[in-house]
Ligand binder design. Structure first.
Ligand SMILES: [Zn+2]
Length: 398
């Protein structure tokens, strides 16, 4: 078999997965923002470790009344470093343009590629949606479509006995969700309902106090539409319930799936047209908050296109069971101090959780040092090479 045959077969694989130059470029650029080892790159998606200073996690408090004062460490990590498995799947695929031999990796990649190709648009009056409606609509149009199983449960308290309806403009839109009991925790510690529960392994919660960019206020967004606004403040500071839900859920996952390699469990926070991912590791006591990622950009009247970075972050997060690699050794030293905080109730958090406030904004003006692994550095170089190759090929033959 000559070189001609080999290149024809290679081309066939490219056609099989139907990925065009512009899609490769978009996926490569978005993945690059999770790996970029450059302090000055403003679009980079990072993770900030936090520690809990004071909280009411030791009392029988519902999430809605959770109090949790968190303080950010003067250090940042790259988002890609907790998803090393997922970053490798994407980078290897983009480099070779053939689907991986591993069946699960291949299935997950197809989900991502199909989404990028066909499903990235949404018609919605997003500013008129309630927090829960936004959480459901995003689960239906983004998170659920990128997951291996798209079924989800919506908190029944919010809407009575009605069928779950998507709040997008498309009248014929079907949902894979149903109403049910989304309560988690234990009555003697933090507990309560979450907005949406995807496949019993991921929480989507609207942010009661969505972060706003500096200088932005409700009536005059300063020339930027909310969709484009960038935000810099800490979501954990304004939303103690999301810290409470994430920590409880991580302990719950550790109890129900002790066989897993790690217990770094993510939780989606949505609001103000941005997405944030909060993580808690109930084994190593590490609490992480991601940068706020714009969810979509306008592509017409009440029409939006999901942001490339939001798509990659969502894909990695909904499939965290397969794509998340857990905290790195460097992250383990930045303790969340949750174990300290609930010393007397630790037995309940460790063994007795079930499935079923006052905010202190922390404006961290400290200059944080950025840390990343040598693995991520290698992946970043590979992504840069892919981006250059695609740009050359796009500008050349086509
Ligand atoms: Zn819809």
């Amino acid at each position: 078999m000559g070189g001609k045959m080999a290149s024809a077969m290679k081309r066939k694989c490219v056609i099989d997965v139907d990925i065009r130059h512009d899609s490769v470029l978009r996926v490569a650029n978005a993945t690059h923002t999770l790996c970029i080892a450059n302090q000055r790159f403003s679009d980079a998606v990072k993770l900030s470790p936090h520690r809990i200073n004071r909280s009411n996690a030791g009392g029988g408090v519902p999430f809605s009344k959770a109090f949790c004062e968190t303080i950010g460490y003067a250090v940042e990590f790259m988002f890609g470093d907790v998803f090393q498995s997922g970053i490798k799947v994407i980078t290897d695929f983009l480099y070779q343009k053939t689907l991986p031999a591993d069946k699960m990796d291949s299935l997950l990649l197809r989900k991502l590629l199909d989404f990028v190709k066909d499903e990235r648009r949404i018609k919605v009056y997003h500013e008129k949606l309630s927090g829960t409606e936004l959480a459901v609509t995003l689960t239906n149009h983004l998170f659920g479509k990128l997951a291996t199983l798209g079924s989800y449960l919506v908190d029944r308290c919010d809407a009575g006995e009605k069928e779950v309806e998507c709040s997008c403009i498309d009248q014929s839109c079907e949902t894979a969700g149903r109403y049910g009991d989304t309560s988690i925790g234990n009555i003697d510690v933090w507990h309560g309902d979450v907005d949406v529960l995807i496949n019993n392994d991921l929480i989507v919660q609207h942010l009661k106090d969505p972060p706003r960019s500096r200088g932005e206020n409700e009536s005059s967004p300063g020339g930027q539409t909310p969709v484009e606004a960038k935000v810099n403040c800490s979501v954990l500071a304004g939303n103690p319930h999301i810290t409470a839900q994430t920590t409880v859920f991580s302990f719950l996952q550790k109890k129900t799936h002790p066989e897993r390699d790690h217990f770094l469990i993510p939780c989606f926070g949505v609001g103000n047209s941005t997405l944030v991912v909060v993580f808690y590791d109930s084994e190593h006591d590490v609490l992480l908050e991601s940068t706020h990622i714009p969810l979509f950009r306008s592509s017409g009247c009440d029409e939006y296109e999901f942001n490339d970075t939001a798509i990659i972050v969502s894909w990695l997060t909904v499939n965290y069971k397969y794509l998340c690699s857990g905290v790195t050794e460097d992250m383990k030293s930045f303790k969340g101090d949750f174990f300290e905080d609930v010393r007397e109730k630790m037995k309940i958090y460790e063994g007795e959780l079930q499935l079923g406030n006052i905010a202190y904004p922390v404006w961290n003006v400290l200059k944080k040092s950025l840390q990343f692994s040598s693995f991520l550095e290698e992946q970043e170089m590979k992504l840069v090479a892919i981006i250059h190759r695609e740009m050359r090929e796009q500008g050349g033959i086509e």
